[in-house]
Design a protein around this ligand. Sequence first.
Ligand SMILES: CC(C)(COP(=O)(O)OP(=O)(O)OC[C@H]1O[C@@H](n2cnc3c(N)ncnc32)[C@H](O)[C@@H]1OP(=O)(O)O)[C@@H](O)C(=O)NCCC(=O)NCCS
Length: 183
Amino acid sequence: MVRRASSLDWTHVSRVCADCGAGGAPVEEGEREKFAEHWIGPYRELRPDWAWVAERDRAVVGYLTGAPDTLAFEKERRRVFFPGPDSRDFFPQAVRLRLWTEHPAHLMLNVIADYRGFGAGAALLRAFFAELRRADAASVHLFCGPGSAGFFERMAFRAEAVVSPAPGLILRAMTRPVEGASV
Ligand SMILES: CC(C)(COP(=O)(O)OP(=O)(O)OC[C@H]1O[C@@H](n2cnc3c(N)ncnc32)[C@H](O)[C@@H]1OP(=O)(O)O)[C@@H](O)C(=O)NCCC(=O)NCCS
């Protein structure tokens, strides 16, 4: 079951984030809290209405966070959180600016390993796209590693930019219009 996140869900969202953060695998024990706060805090504080959770057996097993207005979100995130660099910064500034303006919405999505392959990721995306249609958003972007690129291609996203910040590591910026292929 997928539903919009409530204020009670954020600790669970942070747990799932830390369980998936190392390329789909758990982040090291001592890093979990800082890692989850970096990636989740801005959504919890700045765009709490743009978050959904997937539940199974009454536990949160996946989430989607996002924003319909990435340029404004990024300005607020920098002003409020003074965030350190992360994998998004491997993409040149010009690419990020193009994504923020031409594909203004963005999302992040994680499902715990044991619950992948049961449709939770697709259901979370469907909920997000339904809300984007209501908000008249035209196009979406995201950043992903090699493990999830196939999923997003299946969901009609296309690679807009690719970087390889280290040997063997490939990161993609992917985009898709809100209208068109169904999720
Ligand atoms: C990527 C992820 C969110 C997908 O969630 P999921 O719940 O496993 O996906 P679903 O079960 O909804 O899959 C929907 C469809 O995509 C396909 N699919 C899922 N993962 C895939 C992959 N890695 N490559 C290709 N296809 C994939 C499924 O087979 C299914 O296809 P179908 O409709 O033909 O049956 C999940 O695997 C995950 O959290 N991965 C690790 C973290 C990550 O990389 N997150 C993305 C960062 S933004």
